[in-house]
Design a protein around this ligand. Structure first.
Ligand SMILES: [Fe+2]
Ligand SMILES: [Fe+2]
Length: 599
């Protein structure tokens, strides 16, 4: 420990964690001093990340491709220096094709611990709470969502709106000072077959996206925010109501009960197949010995609850607790009238493999009487193939200009009836930045259709309430799914089947209440607060990205992974990934029943 370094920071009002104090050097203090503001708390993880970030900035400055418009209207791809790792721009290699993430993973290190460290001590291993909570075959579970018919008409004032929210929701919105940020109630222009069908789209809790370069304080406040919010979700679980800080645990005697919440700093497998997990909170860090199955499911940076017994300088975990969704009670959220949503994603327009005929068949079907109860079309990203997404992509493009690709998408939108509300969020092939949260598409991307009443651009991720007219409607959590590749790669159970059953990874993330538990899995852009926390329970979770298809439900949430309208690419052929294109999920909001149509 360099005592002067710690004193220096303490003098500036910065609290230094015990482990961090051991690590801290004068050089670190210099780095911290250069920041605009002194962080309130420094943990050992933060020190490491700060060093990492600084060394990246100094040493690498890897290249990122940026598409710019030329004065003649064409586009060109430029290289831009950024601090993002070089694997970022090769995203396709990690996407639907299921390739491994190239990040180094210290978790995989197989270390042998001393006999004392791994002895059983008579502590029994309990299964993680995941058991028995796996996907339920088809929807229709009941949940505790209040479905009273509270009016949410566009004329309602904000105080009225607050009364309609349950306590948790109200708290979330009050804290963010942002209730329904961009309500857009749509006037129907079509005099056709949907004249009895009303629709309403509300974009909830839109993130304030700061596009400037991120500095370390934002990383620090991001981690603090993630910890605080996840801890709050975790301590709602009865098993964790007696959770204490790590500092207090240290005074406990061997054999005493130990319940705490911590961020996972590191994980090592032992020679007996168990795992030693290092967790950290704002007061210190501690080691946890977890059983094989529980340990396997733990990923870096996630925040877990631990229940167990003290064993000297380690907790013998009986149970690893995740925040999870509450057990559904009461009536599932529904609408009074029959209205359906259609769910698609990954159109990849502009690729030689785009299935235009199937897209057109789907659009034609939307114009038939059979589709007259479809009120909403939810598109969860990768609208176009993009350019410069992966090496060699140019050869597989049908349209090399990204703006021309979006123009083709506009042409397709023009085939959709005007009174179907279209909600589009970006994916990793789209023109918005790769870092999440991704901002919504800019006006210039859709010069022709940007002002259509029925065309709604949203961020990624984004919660959208659909059809909150006479009931509360259905809260849709839209997330394209870029983090799925990394997450799946870290957990054997998911690795084995997630590409064929993509709802598994979605349900896993619902249990963790986080869309990207491991830092870096989603090109995260820390905004001071962690937008990837699943703070409120959605009614529907919608993703794509895997190019395979699944519909199921979990604890009252309809889980929909939309397929694609792109055939197998040469790249996918090479890596043996078979997409499942042309499948469209339909869901009736009145009874939450789903069906799948093949186009
Ligand atoms: Fe895709
Ligand atoms: Fe994708």
């Amino acid at each position: 420990m360099e005592e002067n370094a710690v004193k220096e920071l303490t003098k500036q009002g910065c609290m230094v964690g015990r482990e961090a104090a051991e690590e801290l050097t004068e050089q670190d203090v210099e780095l911290i001093r250069e920041l605009d503001t002194t962080p309130m708390y420094i943990s050992v993880g933060m020190v490491k990340k700060l060093r990492q970030k600084m060394s990246q900035e100094v040493s690498t400055g890897s290249q990122k491709q940026v598409v710019k418009t030329r004065p003649d209207g064409g586009t060109e791809v430029e290289q831009e220096t950024s601090t993002v790792s070089s694997s970022d721009s090769v995203s396709e290699a990690q996407i639907s094709e299921g390739q491994n993430n190239t990040q180094e993973n210290s978790m995989d290190e197989d270390v042998v611990v001393s006999k004392d460290g791994e002895s059983d001590n008579g502590v029994e291993e309990a299964e993680v709470s995941e058991t028995g909570e796996d996907k339920v075959s088809e929807p229709q579970e009941k949940e505790n969502e209040d479905s009273q018919n509270q009016g949410l008409d566009e004329d309602v004032d904000e105080s009225k709106l607050n009364n309609d929210l349950d306590e948790d929701e109200q708290e979330i919105y009050e804290r963010k000072g942002n209730k329904f940020s961009s309500d857009k109630t749509v006037r129907l222009r079509d005099s056709g077959r949907r004249d009895n069908l009303r629709t309403k789209v509300e974009v909830m809790d839109e993130a304030e996206i700061n596009k400037s370069e991120k500095d370390v304080p934002e990383f620090l406040s991001y981690y603090n925010d993630r910890y605080d919010r996840m801890r709050k979700l975790l301590t709602r679980r009865t098993q964790l109501q007696s959770a204490t800080t790590i500092k207090r645990l240290k005074n406990r005697d061997e054999g005493e009960q130990a319940t705490t919440v911590g961020l996972v700093n590191d994980k090592y497998s032992t020679s007996s197949g168990k795992y030693i997990v290092e967790i950290e909170d704002k007061t210190g860090s501690f080691k946890v010995l977890a059983g094989e199955r529980q340990g396997e499911m733990i990923v870096p940076d996630e925040i877990i609850g631990v229940q167990g017994n003290m064993g000297g300088d380690i907790i013998y975990a009986n149970n690893i607790v995740r925040p999870d969704l509450p057990i559904p009670q009461g009536q599932t959220a529904t609408t009074d009238e029959t209205v359906k949503g259609a769910y698609i994603s990954d159109l990849h327009i502009g690729s030689q493999d785009t299935l235009h005929d199937r897209l057109d068949r789907f659009a034609e079907w939307l114009n038939t009487d059979a589709a007259s109860d479809i009120g909403y079309l939810v598109i969860a990203g990768d609208l176009v193939e993009g350019v410069g997404i992966y090496p060699g992509q140019k050869e597989e493009l049908e349209v090399a200009d990204i703006y021309a690709q979006y123009e083709m998408f506009e042409d397709w939108v023009d085939k959709i009836p005007e009174d179907i509300q279209i909600i589009v969020g970006p994916g990793n092939h789209d023109i918005t930045r790769l870092s999440e949260p991704q901002p919504k598409f800019q006006d210039k991307i859709f010069p022709r259709i940007k002002d259509y009443d029925n065309f709604h651009r949203v961020q990624n991720p984004q919660t959208v309430r659909l059809h909150g007219i006479e009931s509360k409607g259905l809260k849709h959590l839209m997330y394209h799914g870029y983090s799925f590749d990394d997450h799946v790669d870290r957990i054997q159970e998911l690795r084995e089947n997630a590409y064929d059953e993509p709802d598994r990874v979605m349900i896993d993330l619902l249990k963790r209440r986080h869309l990207a538990p491991t830092y870096g899995s989603n090109q995260l852009s820390p905004e001071g607060i962690d937008h990837m926390v699943i703070e409120e329970e959605p009614d529907v979770m919608v993703s794509g990205h895997f190019h395979s298809h699944a519909v199921s439900s979990y604890k009252g949430v309809n889980v929909i992974c939309s397929s694609t309208f792109q055939a197998q690419t040469d790249f996918q052929k090479r890596v043996g990934h078979e997409p499942d294109p042309g499948k469209v999920t339909l869901m009736n909001f009145k009874n939450r029943e789903t069906e799948v149509k093949q186009f």
